[in-house]
Design a protein around this ligand. Sequence first.
Ligand SMILES: Nc1ncnc2c1ncn2[C@@H]1O[C@H](COP(=O)(O)OP(=O)(O)OP(=O)(O)O)[C@@H](O)[C@H]1O
Ligand SMILES: [Mg+2]
Length: 254
Amino acid sequence: MKSIACYNMKGGVGKTSSAVNFAYLSAQNGLRTIIWDLDPQGAATFHLGMDPLQAAKLKKLVKDKKLIKTLIEPTSYENLSVIPAGFEYRNMDLVMDDSKKSRKKLKKIVTSFEDDYDVFLFDCPPSISNLSDTIFSTVEFILMPVVPAIMPQQSFITVKEYLDSMDDATAELIPFFNMVDRRKSGHRKIMWDNRKTFPHIFCENYIPARADIEKMGMQRAPLHVFASKSDAARAYSFLWKELMDRTGIEAGGK
Ligand SMILES: Nc1ncnc2c1ncn2[C@@H]1O[C@H](COP(=O)(O)OP(=O)(O)OP(=O)(O)O)[C@@H](O)[C@H]1O
Ligand SMILES: [Mg+2]
């Protein structure tokens, strides 16, 4: 099983859209896929047409890995399950107080899914906190959407430097560009500069800025479900294929 977080400390950069689309594509590849919506906003839960958790007892939940399994819901898509968001997750950061203990707990939870799933995805809230520290030392890969503009670029560098400085971060950072507008010289320049400064880190494939992606909210569905022929869907398919190669995920299981 591969454990992956869609993460950026910056808000509104495409973490949720990407997590939902990657989860869907993974499931379509025949991989048993689960997405844990860690954001109290519950956008991934919403986009998958599901309801948020009612008053999940967060402390108990994090302590007891058996309890978390009772929260798994199948989606209407084959091979794709979700652990829905709950508003209580706003306190997740407080629950993840003692870092070493929290890390152990989350790792145990993720490990307990090994036999039943091939891909475990987290949709993370936008912050840098105890929770993100715990995620960094739990998952194998961090998929990070980066908008090719000055401030989002700064966030990428901040997170990268922070990850490099952490002793116990296990995750490999895999950034990719999102909301790209090739007509903008600034976008082209930032993409070029990053690829030169961080060779082999950024994905070759990127996601263009497209209204079809925004429609996911209205459709409450992954992009491929309602716009499979769009160039945004094609871009996601190419990017997912590249990510499978980089993370060692093989279609059809394990
Ligand atoms: N490539 C894209 N082209 C156009 N719109 C996009 C693209 N990617 C994401 N969006 C839109 O941008 C908004 C933010 O996207 P999303 O919710 O995925 O970001 P996020 O990083 O998860 O946000 P948050 O930090 O609030 O959790 C949404 O309205 C989404 O539809
Ligand atoms: Mg989000």
